[in-house]
Structure formats: structure tokens, C-alpha cells
Design a protein. Structure first.
Length: 237
């Protein structure tokens, strides 16, 4: 018996760029994972190649696998994960916001136009600027959710993926340093609402050659876990 595929066309607007001329890795991971993020389950998303902007792409779901491709080339693939993701410790919002002063990107930023962590205008980018939390191995930022990222009655998985993505990189990066996202596993427990304030927390969990490993989480102001992620970045040679 053959399982029928569900197909649609996806185009990534230029607004959601990370590095120039390609989609933000977390945004595209959240977009592709969205169909599988039911019942608070975790989803593992592998980025096989950069996703181009303003280009018609094919999004296809067969059973529990979702794939994004262009001209027959596989770009992104998502599969379910049958275990909960660990999260870094909660950091209160005021403390997370103070940590932004130590954001390495203030001094030199490899991708200043990045939708999630770039120095974009308020309301255009997400402006998540994680800095070190004193006395811990964490980085954190206070996220003030712009109304310009609303979809329906909440914030879509694509936006949450972007927030969870970049902070895991900044847990490793110094000024001007960069890498590209290779894999992002994410798990969304609760909705995020525009106008709300949330703590975003990240932690470096290891390095294996060119692979940089990290965890991240979004928390409500009372410490309730909203979403968690685990990331693998690939540093340049």
C-alpha cells in the first residue's frame, strides 16, 4: 500500500533571511516542522542545503516525514522525535534583558541582517540579542514579541524556530564569529502571543570538530517552559 503525498508550494519572503540570500535556519526549520508539531511532540529538522529566498519551493509530506526541495534537490527534512527535549535553566526576564548588554554582536556581527538576531528595525526583525548571564554557563535575552509576527491567534512555529535557533549559536560565538545551522530539534509546549515578554535562554553543550552543539528555551515570566530546542551548527573550515 502506497501512502499518498501532500504537496504544496512554499516561497520564503526576503524578510525572513538569515545570512544574505538564504532563509533563516530556525525560521525554515519551524516552517517545515509545523505539520508534525502536534500534541507537543518534538520534531528533528535537518538542513541539507541553504534555502533560497523568493523562490517557489516544493513542500511535501509523506506519512511522518516532511521535505522541502527545489528542482529535485532536497533542502530540508523533518521527522518526529519520540522523547522530550531538555531545556537550559530558567532566567527571569529582567535578568535576561540585562544580559543583552553583553551581546557579542554589538561589537561585530557576521549576519547583521538576520531576522532573529540581526540589528534590524523594531517590528521588522525579532531583535533577540543574547548575552552571558553572570555566574552561569548560559546566555539569555528578553524577547518582546512584535505584533508584526502574528498569525491567527498566536505566533507561528516559524517565528519560534527562529528565536530558538540563533541563541544556540551565540552561546558559542564571539564578536564576528559565525556558523551555519545544520540541525534543529524543537518542541513547542505552549503558545506565544504578540505583545508578550518572554525569557530566551541558550547554553553551549559541546563541540565535536566543526560541530557546535547547543540547547535553548523560551520561558514565560513565571518560569513556565514554552518551547525547547537542541541545535547543531557547522563552523566554517
Amino acid at each position: 500500500m502506497t501512502t499518498a503525498a501532500l504537496q504544496t508550494v512554499l516561497t520564503v519572503p526576503e524578510r525572513f533571511r538569515g545570512p544574505a540570500e538564504m532563509a533563516n535556519g530556525g525560521w525554515i526549520a519551524g516552517t517545515v516542522a509545523d505539520a508534525l508539531l502536534a500534541d507537543h511532540a518534538a520534531v528533528e529538522v535537518t538542513l541539507h542545503a541553504p534555502t533560497p529566498l523568493e523562490t517557489e519551493l516544493r513542500l511535501e509530506q509523506v506519512a511522518n516525514t516532511v521535505a522541502l526541495s527545489h528542482d529535485g534537490k532536497l533542502l530540508v527534512e523533518a521527522i518526529p522525535v519520540h522523547e522530550d527535549l531538555a531545556a537550559p535553566a530558567f532566567v527571569p526576564f529582567n535578568e535576561a534583558a540585562r544580559a543583552e548588554a553583553g551581546f557579542a554582536g554589538w561589537h561585530a556581527h557576521a549576519f547583521p541582517e538576520c531576522f532573529a538576531c540581526g540589528l534590524r528595525e523594531p517590528g521588522d526583525g525579532l531583535r533577540v540579542f543574547p548575552g552571558p548571564v553572570e555566574g552561569t554557563d548560559l546566555v539569555a535575552a528578553g524577547w518582546r514579541v512584535p505584533f508584526t509576527v502574528t498569525e491567527g491567534d498566536g505566533v507561528p512555529a516559524s517565528i519560534m524556530g527562529a528565536v530558538l535557533d540563533c541563541i544556540t549559536g551565540w552561546a558559542h560565538f564571539g564578536p564576528g564569529e559565525s556558523a551555519l545551522l545544520g540541525r534543529l530539534s524543537l518542541q513547542i509546549h505552549r503558545r506565544v502571543y504578540p505583545g508578550g515578554t518572554y525569557s530566551v535562554v541558550g547554553r553551549a553543550t559541546g563541540r565535536e570538530g566543526r560541530k557546535l552543539l547547543g540547547q535553548s528555551a523560551i520561558y514565560e515570566v513565571d518560569g513556565t517552559l514554552v518551547a525547547a530546542a537542541q541545535a547543531t551548527w557547522i563552523a566554517p573550515r
